[in-house]
Design a protein around this ligand. Structure first.
Ligand SMILES: Cc1cc2nc3c(=O)[nH]c(=O)nc-3n(C[C@H](O)[C@H](O)[C@H](O)COP(=O)(O)OP(=O)(O)OC[C@H]3O[C@@H](n4cnc5c(N)ncnc54)[C@H](O)[C@@H]3O)c2cc1C
Length: 466
């Protein structure tokens, strides 16, 4: 019997294990090794006093099919929920005031003239500059380009500072000046290549959405689960019938001798395995394969990470004396605040609070410009968050519950040249049969991307083992 060791029990590693169980054609022994006491990686949902509190992702993009597909296989498709209806705008803090994102703004591209013209977010010169996208030529060079350069070139500096940086860059907790567009948002490049203008491309995409999809009110742009995103990771873990899961086990190194790999843990335990899927962040992967291939380890270390944290706070609505509009707001770095974004979790999703008396909100802290804040102790971090909430929303009351999740080195940065780095890692790994990498460090950070990367890695192993 052949055996496969999967290192890392985040959603990428778990999806790889599940794929192996579903697709293996011969006896295969699969082990998932996870350093933490619990599987799921960034997919952590806490359940406290009737509150459902997300630590990492709170949703996934429904346009990417991997989560819905996996949910069907797991039998939890009926547990999917869309964002709540009504009261659903997104706001941007600019000049200390919250401005609603104009209706029809798709990602960062305006598709409806009137709401965009009426919006208080962008100045008139800024709006005219964004409109120039309709007539500006394509870029003629094909080299990698940063998000900042692309947005400034097509839509202008104001669109970059007020919309793209907090909204698009914020998805990666990244710095638009160094973020590779090709690696992070290839869709924008494709739009320019095909339609020249982003506005024209978005209008064409809107026309293409079939009428049934527009009417289907179950599927919203972002989706989650009744029990939060942790439900997905927990269900995959529970459904792994033939897989050994070793939690609380940190892998220190892997070595390759001809046709077998030796896995060594931090406590000195070791075993031989025919195949390996390395589904840990790139910096951890670098340490693990340092002895096996120094060159790959060095390239892996070229992928940088930033710290982030989420701070959830629940309030009794009666104490707040005000209602909150929409699903929350994002904050451009130019505003120089201690928080990056705020989600009104219980307004965005059902099933997050024990009853409607409460408001659950989640603040994002850290990112490339404020990394040290993630290292503050709980009291210091909460003081800073409270100060911002008081200043922006006028909240002076004490929350009835707080919960902090810290993600040190939690967000990989796809900086310029990222895809070339990944290609060179993958090419050099060809010399190690039965060895694959997976996870958010390489070809997509979203939960659906990570599921697909785990499944691709598992298929690669099955091809070799056959
Ligand atoms: C705050 C936050 C919000 C996010 N929001 C969203 C969102 O709304 N939607 C979305 O789609 N994505 C979101 N993401 C991104 C997404 O959650 C992650 O990219 C994805 O979950 C990563 O999965 P993974 O399996 O690649 O890695 P991880 O979840 O990081 O899993 C890797 C696992 O490897 C383990 N490990 C590390 N080293 C070792 C070792 N030496 N030995 C054994 N095990 C080891 C770790 O403990 C970890 O469990 C968010 C991320 C964060 C941090």
């Amino acid at each position: 019997m052949k055996n496969v060791t999967i290192i890392g029990g985040g959603i990428a590693g778990l999806s790889a294990a599940y794929y192996l169980e579903q697709h293996k054609t011969e006896d295969l022994s699969v082990t998932v090794v996870e350093a933490a006491e619990k599987t799921g990686g960034k997919l952590q949902t806490a359940y406290e006093n009737g509150f459902t509190i997300e630590g990492g992702p709170d949703c996934f993009l429904s346009q990417k099919p991997a989560v819905a597909r996996l949910s069907r296989q797991l039998g939890i498709y009926d547990r999917l929920i869309g964002t709540s209806e009504g009261n659903n705008g997104t706001y941007i803090l600019s000049g200390g005031r919250l401005h609603e994102l104009p209706e029809g703004l798709m990602l960062m591209v305006p598709t409806k003239i009137l709401p965009f013209a009426m919006s208080s977010l962008i100045s008139w010169p800024g709006k005219l500059r964004m409109g120039l996208d309709l007539v500006l030529p394509r870029r003629n060079s094909s080299g990698d380009e940063s998000l900042a350069s692309f947005v400034t070139r097509r839509l202008g500096k104001e669109a970059l500072d007020k919309i793209a940086e907090p909204l698009i860059g914020g998805i990666h907790a990244g710095d638009p000046e160094t973020m590779s567009l090709k690696a992070s948002f290839p869709r924008f490049l494709e739009m320019e290549r095909k339609h020249r203008s982003l506005i024209k491309a978005m209008l064409a995409a809107k026309k293409k959405v079939p009428a049934t999809a527009q009417k289907d009110n179950k599927t919203t742009y972002f989706m989650s689960f009744v029990g939060g995103m942790g439900e997905l990771a927990q269900t995959v873990t529970d459904r792994l019938q033939d897989t050994e899961i070793k939690t609380g086990t940190c892998v220190k190194s892997i070595d390759y001798h001809g046709d077998k790999y030796t896995v060594v843990t931090a406590t000195g335990e070791q075993w031989e395995t025919d195949a390996v899927i390395l589904a840990v962040p790139a910096y951890a992967a670098a340490d693990i394969i340092q002895e096996m291939d120094k060159q790959i380890a060095q390239t892996l270390r070229g992928i940088n990470f930033v710290n982030s944290a989420t701070v959830s706070l629940a309030y009794d609505r009666q104490d707040l004396n005000r209602s909150m509009a929409g699903f929350g707001f994002v904050i451009p770095s130019k505003e120089k605040r201690d928080i990056m974004a705020v989600t009104y979790s219980s307004q965005k999703w059902k099933h997050r609070v024990p009853d409607d008396r409460y408001l659950l909100i989640r603040c994002f802290v850290g990112g490339p410009k404020n990394q040290e804040m993630v290292l503050l102790n709980d009291r210091e971090m909460l003081d800073k968050v409270h100060a911002e909430l008081e200043d922006i929303l006028g909240i002076t009351t004490q929350p009835v519950l707080t919960k902090i999740f810290r993600w040190v080195n939690g967000m990989p940065q796809y900086s310029l040249g990222h895809l070339e780095r990944v290609e060179s890692i993958e090419q050099r790994l060809e010399r190690f049969p039965g060895f694959a990498i997976a996870g958010n460090s390489y070809r997509g950070i979203g939960v659906p991307d990570c599921i697909e990367s785990g499944e691709r890695a598992a298929q690669k192993i099955l091809d070799v083992i056959k």
